[in-house]
Design a protein around this ligand. Structure first.
Ligand code: CAA
Length: 281
């Protein structure tokens, strides 16, 4: 299958990695060639980890990289796609624009999927003339490691589109879970209030970030504490998701903590900016 991935950030490069690894021809699209080059470097390094752990061979690493082409022009990038997975910034206006352009340039039969973590699939689909072929394909970071794909059905998503994406997710070695279109779907509706509450604990002086994380790691067996996880996801992404939950569901329990807003305003975005609840080299 020809798969095009839009956006070469953390999620985009992980998605390109897993599709290429399972034998698909991948075109990775971003506006900026330097971001594409950086993404290929990251994919190479992550494949290198798998080689070191003897999960794949050096030949498979080379072959996987060889299946990934890059493109800075969106229309050209989707022109031969059977499936497009959009993993651009979490911004509803931007996504609507990208889907409109993809709808114009992609083959008629192509499925247009979004990796959005909280924006309505029904709303994204409305920007196209093929809402029955639009679906959410929500992966988790690090994509090569996390086995879940939250498959989100918009109001108009057809059974055929759902079935293709479900089967494809299984072929990638992932476990697809069917979810209907609602703010934050299941994953972030459950995860983000916990992350937000952890930030409130620091904001209100209940405990330090380290203490909050240790409680959740050792007491609840979470692989990462919620604030380490927030830094890993990106504090800007966490804030954007909470804003959607708060706006769409209209309840105070989703109100983003003022400390989270303040940190994002300061450019403390977590691991990717070098500073969040923790400092990174
Ligand atoms: N690519 C390939 N392999 C990777 C990798 C990557 N990017 N990152 C880690 N790995 C591999 C390692 O090589 C290692 O492999 P083995 O099991 O074969 O040894 C394995 O993953 C574990 O890695 P580490 O030993 O380096 O570190 P760890 O044991 O501390 O695990 C972690 C790291 C997998 C990230 C773990 O801490 C974890 O599961 N954290 C929680 C992650 C999580 O919750 N993600 C979801 C975030 S929410 C989201 O993404 C969606 C959203 O909408 C916001």
């Amino acid at each position: 299958m020809n798969v095009t991935v839009i956006g070469a950030g953390t999620m985009g490069n992980g998605i390109a990695h897993v599709f290429a690894q399972s034998g698909h021809a991948v075109t990775l699209v971003d506006l900026d060639q330097s971001r594409l080059d950086a993404a290929l470097g990251t994919i190479d390094a992550n494949l290198g980890r798998q080689v070191k752990k003897e999960r794949i061979t050096a030949e498979q690493q080379e072959a996987t990289l060889g299946r990934i082409a890059t493109q800075t022009d969106l229309a050209r990038g989707v022109s031969e796609a059977d499936l497009v997975v959009e993993a651009a910034t979490e911004d509803a206006t931007l996504k609507a624009k990208i889907f409109e352009q993809m709808d114009d340039a992609a083959p008629e039969a192509a499925i247009l999927a979004s990796n959005t973590s909280s924006i309505s699939i029904t709303q994204i689909a409305a920007a196209t003339r093929r809402p029955d072929q639009v679906i959410g394909m929500h992966f988790f970071n690090p994509v090569p490691v996390m086995t879940l794909v939250e498959v989100v059905r918009g109001l108009a998503t057809s059974d055929a589109t759902y079935e293709t994406v479900r089967q494809l997710s299984e072929d990638l070695g992932k476990v697809p879970v069917e979810v209907n279109d609602a703010a934050g779907f299941v994953s972030n509706r459950v995860l983000m209030p916990m992350v937000n509450e952890a930030v409130f604990c620091v904001h209100e002086g209940v405990a330090t970030a380290e203490a909050v994380d240790t409680v959740m790691k050792l007491g609840m067996a979470h692989p990462m504490g919620p604030l380490t996880l927030a830094d890993f996801i990106g504090l800007d992404v966490c804030l954007a998701i909470l804003e959607v939950l708060h706006r769409e569901l209209g309840e105070d329990k989703y109100r983003p903590c003022p400390l989270l807003r303040k940190m994002v305003a300061a450019g403390y975005l977590g691991r990717k900016s070098g500073q969040g609840f923790y400092t990174y080299d």
